[in-house]
Design a protein around this ligand. Sequence first.
Ligand SMILES: [Zn+2]
Length: 486
Amino acid sequence: MPRSLAVARLWLEVNSFSPVPTVLADFAATEWADGEAALAPFRGSPTELGAVAAFADSHPDWEVVVLRCGAAQPGGPMDDALFDSFLAEVKAGLAGRRWDAVYLSLHGALATERRRTPDLDIVTMVRETVGAVPIGASFDMHANLPPRIVELVDVAAGYKTLPHVDMDAVAAKVLRLLVDTVEGRIRPCGVLARPGRILHSHNMRTSDGPMRELEEIARDLCRPPILDVTPFGGFPYADTPFTGSSVMVYADGDRGAAATVAAAMADAVRQRAPQFAVSRPGPEEGIAQALAVAGTGPVAVVEAGDNTYSGGIGDTPELFRALLRMPEPVPSVFAFFHDPDMVARARAAGVGAVIEGTLGGRVTADFGPPVPIRGEVRRLTDGVFVNKGPMMRGVEVRMGPSAVLRVGHVDVIVSALRFPVNDLAYMELHGIDLAQVRLLAVKAKNHFRGAYGPVCRAFVEVDTPGPAGIDLARMPYRFAPMGDIG
Ligand SMILES: [Zn+2]
């Protein structure tokens, strides 16, 4: 009789400070499937489901049953009803038959509005449903993990590269250890140590810097009876009681050995914690630095704390406020505010009309109150342009209706959808001649630099309050261990 493996997956990195929830449509746009339909798109790819497909193809003695698998782009807290339905669906899929093993692909930085530890809730449900059946799990390097997880999971491991290029290797290792467990060759036992540090991810690359050193130490420590050593960086913007770094160690039958290695690894994390710290100037100081850059062409003033790709909401006001208060105004652009109502009002008023109201602080005032404005409608667009590249060159983009308002010396782009500034055609659409612009203030981080690098004299990143703000002590945490910051 073949052995049977059940597989389920829920992979989402949550920014708890985004007031925009992650809903079914967000998963549907990326991954929400089961059975062969879940595996087919990933067969041969360096992903967890790619590893599951390879396992199924190379293990004819195992029946692999793929239950619900979901993944979405980073965003706000997962909708609670959707999470509950995921839990119920996987429980129903597991119940009522005998399994030899269960493999879970989790992110580890999941959060919902209501639950404190949703990843742990998944593992707990699976353990309660399958009893003593061996469970294996894999996690993202940015997982925020509670110690109890290793008591519920027989064997687990996390990514050891950033960018994450070893998702398939980690999943394959967990599956191999799971088979070894089922067939009685190993008796894994796990220890999870928490160094008590919430780390920034800016310096978490594994090509160089402190995370590379930690991965090298982990590799050295991983010899029999140790089965796996994973240092987790954690994700500071997912607000849970276990936000922050952790170290997970599994050993074969020797909990003491696992505990010794975990303690040594946690020490190594604590020693290097200061190297993960980043600091950036505030908006006024950043603007002053940008104005001091010599030469021609715009200087980009980059507000990463509201970057769309980090869970940003196109709504935080403090860089814009500082721009309006500049002592010596220079021609400036601000991109962008997400404000469908203001776009509608600008369209109703027409080009040349002057309108009053507020910008920013619309979705939430947590990151600063709205900025009162009086502005002339300079341009209205249908939001359609063709990317100039390099990223997605030639692809037509529909970013929704938008408007340019001139407020003092600042041309402000206001859009009906939340759309990132990645391409130079975005500025052309809005009639902005960058050669005439001195300061280009933008809500962005890394992708923006691909197209704008060649046309900007310099980039000055500033620290402002936002869902992905640099100053963690200012974030509106509700659950995280605040003493672990900095
Ligand atoms: Zn990650």
